[in-house]
Design a protein. Structure first.
Lengths: 106, 181
């Protein structure tokens, strides 16, 4: 297996080993800091960012009719609320990152 | 720079010819045309990166070098390195090549496409940064901040993991120390 760093030349065996390591890592290969690059996860992890409890109250009130008729269960309402929270967090996170990057980044 | 290199095409396990070259407008056009639409609908951490802007900023100083890998007439990877301002954490005071930005094309990322189209793009770009470090007399020292889903790869390169950097939104700082001769 040959790799000459100074001439930057390598043989097939070196390349196949490099590819094997990439496959084993099983991840993307990116590097570099840009404003907001990692902010999304931080925002998404903030439990208080969008209150699930408050939304649940609103949905229960709004869908009371369907609940009382047995067309929706409490479990269904929870699923609707979780989906709404996920969608809202994803959209809000993307907008925050977009705004930060357009204001500050290269 | 126009350096003939090889990549592994995953679909048929063949070694194919590619070129490592200085970043040109064609590569930025490929980014806009082919990369961006796929990144913007993804969850990728670099989906808002704008390589056109990065190129303009990097053009403002001779400290930056910009490279691309081309294969089958399409840009497969992009990298910008900084060669003068950064210093080693392992050997304080020693100059280092700092990888400002490195990204592979969306179709070469397992999180977007399985299996990826080509393997070797990221590794070759990273090794080329080390090659530049040697050429500049920095003894192979290279550093970067990894995006979260890329950390396993840099760990496998035996780069020293310095943990999260609060100045860089907690991205993990990795460094290759001096090469042993």
């Amino acid at each position: 297996m040959q790799f000459d760093l100074e001439k930057f030349e390598f043989d097939e065996e070196w390349l196949r080993e490099a590819a094997r390591i990439e496959e084993e890592a099983d991840c993307d290969i990116q590097a570099g800091f840009d404003w907001g690059a990692n902010l999304g996860d931080y925002i998404a992890s903030a439990r208080s960012f969008i209150s699930q409890e408050k939304l649940m109250t609103v949905f229960q009130e709004e869908l009371e009719g369907l609940l009382s008729q047995g067309l929706l269960s409490q479990e269904n309402i929870e699923m609707i609320v979780n989906a709404a929270v996920d969608a809202a967090q994803t959209r809000a996170r993307d907008l925050v990152i977009e705004n930060i990057q357009s204001a500050k980044s290269a | 720079l126009q350096k003939a290199i090889k990549l592994l095409r995953v679909s048929d396990n063949q070694i194919v010819s590619a070129t490592l070259t200085t970043l040109a407008q064609k590569h930025l056009d490929d980014f806009e045309t082919y990369w961006k639409p796929r990144l913007q609908v993804s969850k990728e951490e670099d989906r808002y990166w704008d390589w056109e802007k990065k190129n303009r900023i990097a053009a403002s100083s001779i400290n930056y070098e910009k490279y691309a890998i081309e294969c089958e007439q399409i840009t497969q990877g992009l990298m910008i390195i900084e060669i003068d301002w950064h210093r080693s954490q392992v050997d304080p005071g020693k100059s280092i090549v700092y990888v400002e930005f490195l990204a592979t094309a969306p179709w070469n990322r397992p999180s977007i496409q399985k299996p990826p189209q080509f393997r070797g793009v990221g590794k070759i770009l990273l090794e080329f940064a080390r090659s530049r470090s040697v050429a500049l007399g920095y003894a192979g020292r290279v550093a970067l901040h990894a995006l979260p889903n890329a950390e396993p790869f840099y760990d496998k390169q035996n780069m020293m993991n310095f943990g999260s950097d609060p100045d860089k939104e907690d991205l993990i700082y990795f460094e290759w120390s001096q090469l042993r001769t």
